[in-house]
Design a protein around this ligand. Structure first.
Ligand code: CA
Length: 237
């Protein structure tokens, strides 16, 4: 099924996993299961689920540590903590360590399915909004190319392009001096901050080539970063 969302269930009680799997699959979610915290963490990293249902009391690693570790790694997958009713402090602690929501056991399946859907939708909206606002804050530099110097992101026709730090620095340096030709030695000094160059100037050629492959529609026939034969490179506007 296209656009099918994946839910990772991290829970050591087999009967609860069975009920969750049955109900989620009936709602057309794909499910992955882990029966201890370590396996849950590994599957969260490797399977890239759209949401995690995370029990607190788990063998090997408790749910809070799984969630805390993911957040520390920059993983923003929505996490719903499954907590027993008597563990009231779990709610507070769970939200403090970066969980998005919690649900107390025994839970109504209808409520759980509603929370799963709401959290997946919210996370999709947040990531779309942050991409859109970065594109909106980007300064058009030439043609379809725009740069957001706050977020260090480059866009072509509103679509983010993934650049290395050096590629980004080379592009922004050339783009901030449009139509001015820089020799490879100049660029080594200005962008790489190398005093002595020599054969290292090849690094400039390689970086330009990789940059063209990423930002140009036709890298063999570039529109942005052009070569002035025998002189160097320049950004064309
Ligand atoms: Ca448990």
């Amino acid at each position: 099924m296209e656009n099918q969302k994946t839910v990772l269930i991290v829970e050591d009680e087999k009967n609860i996993v069975d009920i969750l799997r049955f109900n989620l699959q009936r709602e057309h979610y794909r499910t992955i299961e882990a029966y201890d915290g370590e396996d849950g963490l590994n599957k969260a990293r490797s399977e890239n689920p759209d949401l995690i249902l995370l029990d607190v009391m788990l063998p090997k690693m408790i749910g809070f540590d799984v969630c805390r570790t993911l957040r520390r790694e920059g993983n923003n997958v929505p996490v719903i903590i499954l907590t027993a009713r008597e563990e009231e402090t779990d709610k507070v602690l769970g939200l403090e360590i970066g969980a998005d929501d919690y649900i107390t056991k025994p839970f109504s399946m209808r409520e759980l399915i509603a929370r799963v859907g709401a959290n997946i939708r919210r996370s999709a909206m947040v990531s779309a909004a942050s991409a859109a606002s970065a594109a909106e804050g980007a300064m058009p530099v030439s043609g379809e190319l725009s740069i957001n110097t706050d977020s260090h992101q480059v866009f072509r026709a509103g679509k983010a392009i993934d650049l290395t730090q050096r590629e980004y620095e080379l592009l922004t340096f050339l783009a901030s001096h449009p139509n001015k030709v820089y020799s490879r030695v100049d660029l080594m000094e200005q962008v790489w901050n190398y005093g002595y160059v020599g054969d290292d100037v090849r690094t400039v050629d390689v970086t330009v080539r990789r940059l063209r492959e990423k930002i140009e529609k036709d890298p063999a026939n570039p529109a942005y970063i052009l070569t002035r034969r025998g002189a160097g490179y320049y950004f064309s506007v």
